[in-house]
Design a protein around this ligand. Structure first.
Ligand SMILES: Nc1nc2c(c(=O)[nH]1)N[C@H]1C(S)=C(S)[C@@H](COP(=O)(O)O)O[C@H]1N2
Ligand SMILES: [Mo]
Length: 210
């Protein structure tokens, strides 16, 4: 089944207008010293949980929420992704319906995630290498990436949030598709993408060296 025809679970509910997308403010992640200590974050989160105004509105079909351990969570539409600088890539991958070769156009995933300002620890050597990204698509399909797989400073391939396939734009209500040129199999080409969760792997095993 073509990804744009794949059924997705309906997303219910009205959505509030999304606050301005500061996609031009592609700054470095905030310095760790500028953030509250763990205790302060915990108490802020506890008090925030009592306030309905801080919970995000339900996603509308086609919207992508970028959230997690980031300073600037946001919600993006396909139209907004189309208005950003575009990259094109031709890829080959295997799938249940055989080998596929497609040309995708879209936005570098790294650009979108950087704008969310992941809370990497600048005091740690290569703090961003502790980052992970969980990408969720239609049907709660999900695949996880290490930050280094998406960061052009490390990866040799360009992971895209694609807005079109072989020149055909994805329908607004279906959302973008992840394109992962380095993958031989299509499993991480998440379709109808709706969530990008950024995490920082801080804990060590019990008793591990710091
Ligand atoms: N949302 C979503 N994306 C998905 C899948 C899925 O089941 N749901 N299957 C993956 C797998 S296993 C493959 S091989 C490719 C198939 O791509 P196609 O749907 O364009 O044929 O989509 C990937 N993306
Ligand atoms: Mo697959």
């Amino acid at each position: 089944m073509p990804h744009h025809l794949r059924l997705r679970l309906p997303v219910q509910g009205a959505s509030l207008a999304v606050a301005g997308l500061l996609l031009t403010g592609c700054g470095e992640p905030a310095d760790a010293k500028d953030r509250p200590a763990a205790g302060a974050s915990a108490s802020a989160a506890a008090s925030a949980s009592t306030s309905a105004t801080t919970s995000a509105p339900p996603l509308k079909p086609g919207e992508v929420r970028v959230a997690g351990q980031v300073d600037k969570p946001s919600t993006l539409t396909l139209a907004e992704l189309r208005s950003l600088p575009q990259t094109s890539v031709t890829v080959e991958f295997s799938s249940a319906k055989g080998p596929q070769k497609q040309t995708y156009q879209g936005v570098l995933l790294h650009d979108v995630l950087k704008n969310a300002q992941p809370r990497f620890d600048a005091s740690k050597k290569n703090g961003q290498l502790r980052g992970i990204v969980a990408a969720t698509g239609g049907g709660d399909y999900r695949a996880v990436f290490a930050w280094a797989e998406l960061d052009p400073g490390f990866a040799k391939s360009q992971v895209l949030l694609a807005v079109s396939e072989d020149g055909t734009p994805f329908e607004d209500a279906s959302g973008p598709r992840l394109v992962v040129p380095q993958d031989a199999k299509g499993g991480r080409y998440v379709s109808e993408l709706n969530q990008l969760w950024v995490g920082v792997v801080d804990p060590v095993v019990d008793g591990g060296q710091q």
